[in-house]
Design a protein around this ligand. Structure first.
Ligand SMILES: Nc1ncnc2c1ncn2[C@@H]1O[C@H](COP(=O)(O)OP(=O)(O)OP(=O)(O)O)[C@@H](O)[C@H]1O
Ligand SMILES: [Mg+2]
Length: 265
């Protein structure tokens, strides 16, 4: 495929294939994924559990190397390379021997920014995330949802402009989740990092994103793509609109249909 990637901040995933081994047999996970996230864009991925979403993110973050295909960021082939994106994994993965403050500055530290330079900003972000009084607590002293918020702040503070979020609000109760979505929406509208978000919530994807990719069951491939037509800034009331609900049903039907046909095989 000949794309003109040069001089753009875009991320391109080209024909990505990933296979694992299970009981000596190949397990096909990603079946030739092609997608693009434009600079400054907010894109969500929806797909059935176990289809390969986190595996795709691990490939983008260079934690895994694909069997074939390429990851291109800003015109450079970064396939299998770490450190180019800021990445919030599905499990918070905080370092247990570091307090909250030292955990959230980790990404910047790895990138060579001095801890003292980051401290004021880190405290400010912890305040925004309702974690100010936990700056010196250790991860085991936090609830699962609080650990997720710490992990989220760490990704926000990492210097890379491209951010991958793997179900950032999965461990939160419904009300806190809504609050965090509103919070993320507001932050994103102010800071406009480029975001690729994995979620299981169709509403969350519609509320936050510019575009949505829908994946099939494993082995994952893109089966639908939606441009989300709502103007920004967006407000929660959007979820009651006719267009919102039409899009929601359409995506729901696609997901349900793909899962039903996977079961038939
Ligand atoms: N390192 C690995 N070795 C072998 N199999 C793996 C490995 N990592 C993931 N898998 C398998 O790959 C498939 C896809 O897993 P993945 O975590 O990418 O799914 P997912 O779409 O993120 O699911 P969920 O929505 O539940 O988080 C699963 O069948 C899983 O068991
Ligand atoms: Mg996952």
């Amino acid at each position: 495929m000949n794309y003109n990637h040069e001089a753009s901040g875009d991320l391109w995933i080209e024909n990505l294939v990933q296979t694992f081994e299970q009981d000596g047999k190949p397990l096909h996970i990603l079946n030739g994924i092609n997608l693009r996230v434009k600079h400054g864009e907010f894109v969500s991925l929806l797909g059935p559990s176990g289809c390969g979403k986190s595996t795709l993110l691990q490939n983008i973050g260079g934690l895994l190397t694909p069997k074939s295909g390429r990851v291109i960021l800003q015109g450079k082939d970064i396939t299998g390379q770490k450190g180019h994106i800021s990445y919030m994994p599905q499990q918070p993965a905080l370092l247990p021997w570091r307090d909250v403050l030292s955990n959230v500055v980790l990404g910047s530290e790895i990138a060579g920014v001095k801890r003292s330079q980051m401290k004021a900003k880190a405290v400010e972000w912890l305040e925004k995330a309702g974690l100010a009084s936990f700056a010196h607590a250790y991860p085991h002293m936090l609830s699962g949802g609080m650990q997720q918020r710490v992990s989220f702040v760490r990704a926000m503070l990492s210097p890379q402009s491209f951010m991958c979020l793997d179900e950032p609000f999965g461990a939160l109760d419904a009300i806190t989740r809504l609050e965090m979505q509103q919070w993320l929406l507001q932050i994103w509208e102010e800071h406009r990092k480029t975001v690729l978000l994995i979620t299981h919530s169709i509403e969350e994807a519609l509320l936050l994103s510019d575009r949505i990719y829908v994946f099939s069951p494993r082995p994952a491939k893109v089966i639908q793509q939606h441009l989300v037509p709502f103007a920004r800034p967006r407000r929660e009331e959007l979820i009651y609109s006719h267009t919102f609900n039409e899009l929601k049903s359409d995506i729901y039907r696609t997901l349900k249909g793909s899962m039903a046909s996977a079961h038939d095989h």
